[in-house]
Every structure is written in structure tokens, then in C-alpha cells.
Design a protein around this ligand. Sequence first.
Ligand code: AMP
Length: 281
Amino acid sequence: MMKIINSIKELKACLAKNRLDKQQIGFVPTMGALHQGHISLVDRCVKENDICVVSVFVNPTQFNDKKDLDTYPRTLEADCALLEAAGCDYVFAPDAAEMYPEPDTREFDFGTISSVMEGAHRPGHFNGVAQIVSKLFDATEPDRAYFGEKDFQQVAVIRAMTEQLQMPVQIVACPIMREADGLAMSSRNVRLTANQRQKAPLIAHTLKESSKFAAEKSVKEVIDYVTGTLNADDTMRVEYFEIVDGNTLQRISDWADADYVVGCITVYCGEVRLIDNITYK
Ligand code: AMP
């Protein structure tokens, strides 16, 4: 039977028993409004651990846009049904007072990994992510924690955080799950209008097209193709598209500048902010 837990104290008490029984603990942090992208992380967590903990918490400190926080979908009951079916053992669903009994004034510094792309466009976002994930790791003390590569930069930030805080947790990055038409699954997709939803797969499609000829074109030409193609659609506005070294997250100007190269994009489709990425090599 899956257990729904609201307090850190109760979560710790349950997990202490599991640890006494030498059970390995896996953890999947989420903001709820779960879809198959989240469930792919949960499936892997269930497979690789004795106990699977999933947190559902819309973390206010990582939202730099109040409207985005206010309109973020909240569907705890449906989430619990999906999680129970996936074999989750504990859902940790605290309220804000439980996670922030007093304001978290910590300021993290992850250097250039967190200052570019999402970090540059969403001031304070990764600091908020580090605040909540570090608190959740403290509450759960997982052996492994699962994150989606859809939030490519977030995985790098979390790895940097666990190193900085010397947390003995293995960070597992999982592939992007997509709708049948290629659109990266996201809790925000439900906010797209029917017309926007129909157009949104153009993001993934354009990235994929670009990877077919990337080797014969310069980095700049690929950037111009992707941003030009998407901005030509009147429902889309590219916030940024950067081709980066997948390890350092810093821009490259030549394909030979890195062994691992990823293109990271954020596009406004109407008012909905969508992110995606593609590995070029
Ligand atoms: P969120 O609820 O948006 O904070 O996401 C919780 C976790 O699920 C994060 O590690 C995300 O990267 C991951 N995730 C969200 N969407 C997808 C997707 N389409 N494919 C794989 N992982 C995802």
C-alpha cells in the first residue's frame, strides 16, 4: 500500500525503518501534475531501489514569475493514483510551511553552470531549485535520485549541488519522454490552446531536422536555422537557443570545441514557456 505523507518527521520515521532493513531508497522530486515523463522516472526508481519515494511540491522559491506559480496545475489526487499504479511506496506532499518554516536565505554559487541559459533568463530559479532539492535530500537521504534530461541544465546544477554539499546520493539522468508528435511532455502543456498545442511539436521537429545537417553546417548556421524557423511561426517566440558543451553548459562556436554537444532551447508558445533540448554529439 502506498502511503501519503505530509511531514518531514513522519517521512524520516518511515525511512529509518526501511534503512534498518537494509533497503535501498530511491527518490523522484516533482512538482506534481504528473504525466508519463514523470512516470518514466518513477518506473526506473522502482526498478533500481527497494523503496521509491516521490515528492509532490510546487516550490515557490524557484518561480521567478508569480503568474506562472499561480497558474501551475495542481492535481494531487490524480497524481497519487498514477503513483500508486507505478509502484511508488511513499508520496511526500508537504505544504509550504512544512518546507519553509522560516524563509530560506541560503545563496548557492554554482559558477558558470547556473549563470547561463535558464539561470540568465530566470533569475533566482536555480537557487530556489537548490534550496528545495537540498531540503528534500536531507529529509529523504536517498541512495539514488532521478531527474529528467528535459531540464538539462537542472541536472548539471543538481550534480554540482550534491558535490558542494557532499551529499552521498547518486544522481540518475533519464531521457526526455515525448508525445507521439514529438512534443516534450510537460505539466505546462495543458495550458496550451488547441491551436498552440497543434503548433508546439514544431520545436522538437525543428531540433531534429537541424541534427540531420548539423555536421555540414557551422554552429552559427544551425542556430540561425532553428531560431529562424521557429520565430517564423506567429505563435512562437524563441527566448534563447544555445549550442553548448554538454558538460560545462558553455556556448561553443565550433563543433570541434567539445566532445559532448547539446542544443538547449526555450520557446514561448503564446504565454506558455516550453523547454527542450537535443544532443548533437
Ligand atoms: P517537474 O515536475 O516539472 O519539476 O519535473 C520533475 C522531474 O520530472 C524533473 O526531473 C523533470 O526533468 C522530469 N521531467 C519532466 N518532464 C519530463 C519529460 N518529458 N521526460 C522526462 N523527464 C521529465
